[in-house]
Design a binder for this molecule. Structure first.
Ligand SMILES: [Zn+2]
Length: 423
């Protein structure tokens, strides 16, 4: 098939200039960004995107959980081909994670609008760009919140009521940055027909293979838990050791057990404890309670279930050893899933037609596409992450890979607009 919008050095230059501008918002000294969901910096990034889209003729609006859409209607009443990712970041996060995918979708959409205007050709569907709210889940857990509400996987009110560690809810924080819409942007009258997302790989498979593009065919399964380890507050000096119910000691044993679980299963299981909150966190007080966030992931649902059973037995042993109680406060889990094979085939054909080297990859991280693929046919693309670094300021992807990714996304969306993934 002929390529609708061929690679263009001028478009590449515009993309890189815009990416530099976006990366300056919430920039950290070591080259990353800090734009946690619904903070002032996230608000500035959202304003920047809204300005960019409005200037290019897209209609911009937010839904009730702060997902931002830029829409262009070609065919009144037809479903939308939607593409995007997220502008929020981890604390001291990388500048590519999510933000690249939103900007790539915006540039692809803009190039496609120009193509259809200039060529006189007419697509079958409408075109939308999305910035999903709170994909990272660092300030308001769980991750992928905006897309989960959109697809019905999470109740709207539960998401809005989720509080950060200072007690501010997601709804309050969104209202404070003007990010809260008062209605659903997509409803019975306006619907999404298919979805595309491009993201940095955040692993090293593409980098190792020396290939510029990954076709994501499946996602790893994940079990994420918030645990409370409950002991009793006491004096660090005066209280006899035998009388102590030290919640931090119990939590430390949980952290070690979680790490050793991964050592036991090898590279097929990834585990970590990413957050530890100690109460009262005083130097002279034995902790009464500790909150931990555990994260277990595997390609195999069976292996994950087995690891989970081992961990559960170990938690029971730790309760006895440290004389504490361990409670599960919240769980966010998803099983391993495949992306629609027709989406993978479409992207594969596009890379072949563009002469771009590609390979199949699995995503170990969750993405908004993880939710969207449960709703509509979805294409997920990866570009390389140098040394696989992510959720850190040193995250890096080369300019030429950023540009190639937009070329592939643009052509994939062009074919989706003409019905490639339609029933
Ligand atoms: Zn991301």
């Amino acid at each position: 098939m002929t390529v609708h919008v061929p690679p263009d050095p001028a478009a590449d230059a515009r993309l890189l200039a815009d990416f530099a501008e976006l990366s300056a918002i919430g920039a950290t000294p070591a080259g990353g960004v800090e734009r946690q969901a619904a903070t002032a910096a996230d608000g500035r990034a959202r304003e920047w995107l809204a300005g960019w889209l409005t200037a290019r003729g897209f209609g911009v609006s937010c839904d009730r959980i702060g997902n931002m859409f830029g829409l262009h209607e070609f065919v009144p009443g037809a479903p939308y081909v939607l593409a995007g990712s997220h502008l929020d970041s981890q604390p001291r996060g990388g500048r590519f994670d999510g933000a690249y995918g939103v900007l790539a979708a915006a540039h692809a959409a803009d190039r496609l609008c120009a193509y259809y205007r200039d060529s006189g050709a007419s697509p079958r569907f409408n075109l939308g760009v999305v910035n999903w709210f709170n994909e990272e889940g660092s300030r308001f857990p769980p991750s992928m919140m905006g897309s989960a509400v959109f697809t019905g996987a999470m109740p709207m009110q539960q998401a809005l009521d989720t509080a950060d560690t200072a007690g501010v809810t997601a709804g309050e924080a969104l209202a404070a940055i003007g990010g809260l819409g008062d209605a659903d942007v997509f409803d019975a009258s306006r619907q999404v027909g298919s979805y595309a997302e491009i993201h940095i790989e955040q692993g090293r498979e593409l980098d190792k293979a020396g290939l510029p593009l990954g076709l994501v065919d499946a996602t790893w399964a994940a079990n994420k838990y918030q645990l409370s380890v409950i002991g009793a507050q006491a004096h660090t000096g005066a209280t006899a050791m035998a009388d102590r119910r030290d919640a931090l000691y119990g939590a430390a044993l949980v952290v070690v057990a979680t790490r050793e679980l991964a050592d036991r299963f090898g590279e097929r299981l990834h585990t970590s404890c990413g957050q530890l909150t100690v109460y009262p966190n005083s130097p002279v007080v034995v902790a009464r309670e500790v909150h931990l966030h555990l994260d277990l992931r595997s390609e195999s649902d069976e292996l994950l279930a087995e690891a989970d059973a081992v961990l559960r037995r170990q938690l029971a042993e730790i309760e006895v050893k440290a004389d504490v109680a361990i409670e599960r406060r919240f769980a966010h889990t998803w099983s391993g899933h495949v992306y629609q094979p027709e989406g993978v085939r479409l992207a594969e054909q596009v890379t072949a037609d563009l002469g771009v080297g590609s390979m199949l990859v699995k995503t170990r991280a969750g993405h908004d596409s993880t939710n969207m693929k449960d709703l509509v046919p979805t294409v997920m693309l990866f570009i390389p992450s140098v040394d696989g670094i992510s959720h850190a300021e040193a995250e890096f992807t080369r300019d030429e890979d950023l540009c190639t990714g937009v070329d592939v996304l643009t052509e994939t969306m062009a074919r989706m607009l003409e019905g490639a993934l339609a029933a």
